[in-house]
Design a protein around this ligand. Sequence first.
Ligand SMILES: NC(=O)c1ccc[n+]([C@@H]2O[C@H](COP(=O)([O-])OP(=O)(O)OC[C@H]3O[C@@H](n4cnc5c(N)ncnc54)[C@H](O)[C@@H]3O)[C@@H](O)[C@H]2O)c1
Length: 154
Amino acid sequence: MITGAGRGIGRAIALKLAAHGADIAAVDLKTEFMQETVAEVCKLGRKAWAFAANVSEAASVEAAAEQILKEAGRVDILVNNAGITKDGLLMRMSEADWDAVWTSTSRERSLTKAFSRSLLKQKSGRIINIASVIGLIGNAGQCNYAASKAGVIV
Ligand SMILES: NC(=O)c1ccc[n+]([C@@H]2O[C@H](COP(=O)([O-])OP(=O)(O)OC[C@H]3O[C@@H](n4cnc5c(N)ncnc54)[C@H](O)[C@@H]3O)[C@@H](O)[C@H]2O)c1
């Protein structure tokens, strides 16, 4: 299962895992964002599902996790990839831009929590959180992003 699988790194991870034999539960804000990912996974001969969820909202994450386990049966690899940037210097950064970036990353915890019971029952599984080098070195105009990714690393 991969969040933010509609494009970019998430889609690339989905296709790479599918090429290695994994079925893919793609998660993104809207199902239409994942049409291409699902079609490409199917071309590789694997099953693919598209689940719409907002990883920044705990209730949305919990509902998606329940649906994924019902339809896919189990999750062996959870890739917390979805993330956003809202860059700006701290002195001009709105609370909303701080919160949006912070929440989208820190809510990975909710998704991991939602699958923790089934992963423990299976006694197997992998959780991969996509961080960023910016979480280690910081970057001008990205204090919200750097802080949230540092949290992922720690
Ligand atoms: N692109 C880079 O250079 C780079 C470098 C280091 C780390 N990263 C990290 O890699 C990850 C993916 O980056 P990318 O460049 O592919 O991003 P992207 O913006 O191209 O794609 C992100 C995907 O996540 C989805 N998404 C965004 N917010 C969401 C939410 N709340 N709920 C569900 N889905 C949501 C978007 O719709 C989109 O499909 C991010 O966590 C990013 O911080 C990216």
